[in-house]
Design a protein around this ligand. Structure first.
Ligand SMILES: [Zn+2]
Ligand SMILES: [Zn+2]
Length: 344
């Protein structure tokens, strides 16, 4: 079923058009600052031109974000929680232990033995979607793609030397191509921001603590909690990468809404999922967390043992970045670049 038109999406996001923020953006061609309406720039960036030189204000669809550094879109919560995690006594030892016990090679072997390896002669259409994401983010690394049979909307990435992306088949049933590009961009964002190693540690810890016995579990408890907290925050960075890869806010929001409610035939046959009420739901959550410390605490407690944050929380943070963060600056070509551009 077709997603909303620009006008419908704009109305879902900003029911009162006057509330849509305005930004000053510098033209990358002539340097003139342009006053742009965030709603128009986000929903229809390819029709925004500089008032002085007439050149497009934003990069063309799919144009690579040349040399972009992951720090350009890293969520501050991701940065601070990872710094806190690294500061925990014993963490460097744990990293060394995980690397010696379980290199990324063994996880790759697991995929080779249980999932389908994609390539030129196997699901080339899926490889092309990954390539679209990779080129938009101008990533030098070329991860291997695996497809795994599972009814759930899910994907994962691991590894740093020979990285790979795994997507679940259920995701392909429920998402359109642009939404798949957003999910793949999300995974590539984890890779670009070098989340792989720490995420691998979390996976090993989750299975390893069962083998350690009660004492080991008690000792590793604070570390596991800190690791999970960082993992939840790292999702916010990856969501931004997903949006930068597909450059379609509606698609990124639909992915999150489908993660929360699914988009199975039983639903789509009867009705159409509406974005506007879901955005209202996320904004209600933001307000509750802001106004009432108890709801904020409850939300924290409820997600403490989870590696993924609440979906509405992710929507809330993505919208916040799009409206008030540097999303549009990045699309206008103003962003932090990696010191050494990644080699192709
Ligand atoms: Zn200009
Ligand atoms: Zn993720």
């Amino acid at each position: 079923m077709k997603n909303e038109s620009h006008a419908e999406l704009a109305h879902a996001l900003w029911p009162d058009a006057k509330q849509a923020p305005v930004k000053l953006l510098e033209c990358r061609h002539c340097g003139r600052r342009n006053r742009v309406q965030v709603s128009r720039a986000i929903l229809d960036p390819h029709h925004c031109e500089c008032g002085a030189c007439g050149e497009p204000l934003f990069l063309a669809p799919g144009e690579p974000l040349t040399g972009i550094a992951s720090s350009a879109y890293e969520h501050p919560l991701d940065r601070t929680t990872l710094a806190a995690l690294k500061g925990i006594p014993g963490f460097p030892t744990l990293i060394r232990w995980v690397m010696t016990q379980l290199g990324e090679r063994s996880l790759r072997l697991l995929n080779l033995s249980s999932a389908v390896l994609c390539g030129d002669d196997q699901f080339p259409e899926l490889v092309a979607l990954l390539e679209r994401s990779r080129q938009s983010l101008d990533l030098g690394l070329r991860p291997t793609l695996f497809l795994s049979e599972s009814p759930h909307i899910n994907a994962a990435t691991f590894g740093s030397e020979e990285p790979w992306v795994m997507i679940h088949s259920g995701l392909l049933d429920q998402l359109d191509d642009t939404e798949v590009v957003s999910v793949m961009g999300h995974e590539l964002g984890h890779m670009h921001a070098e989340h792989g190693l720490y995420r691998m540690v979390a996976v090993v810890m989750a299975s390893g603590t069962q083998l350690l016995g009660t004492v080991g579990q008690v000792l590793s408890f604070p570390l596991q909690k800190a690791l999970y907290k960082w993992m939840r925050c790292s999702e916010l960075t990856a969501d931004r990468a997903g949006l930068l890869a597909c450059r379609d806010l509606g698609a990124s929001l639909h992915v999150l809404m489908k993660l929360a409610g699914g988009s199975r035939p039983g639903i789509t046959r009867r009705t159409k999922m509406q974005l506007a009420p879901f955005i209202r739901q996320a904004r209600t959550l933001a307000k509750l967390e802001e106004d009432n410390w108890f709801d904020g605490l409850l939300a924290t407690l409820m997600t403490m043992d989870s590696s993924h944050p609440f979906v509405a929380w992710r929507v809330m943070h993505l919208l916040e970045w799009v409206e008030h963060g540097n999303y549009l600056e990045i699309l206008a070509g103003h962003y932090e670049r990696a010191k050494r551009p990644a080699a192709a």
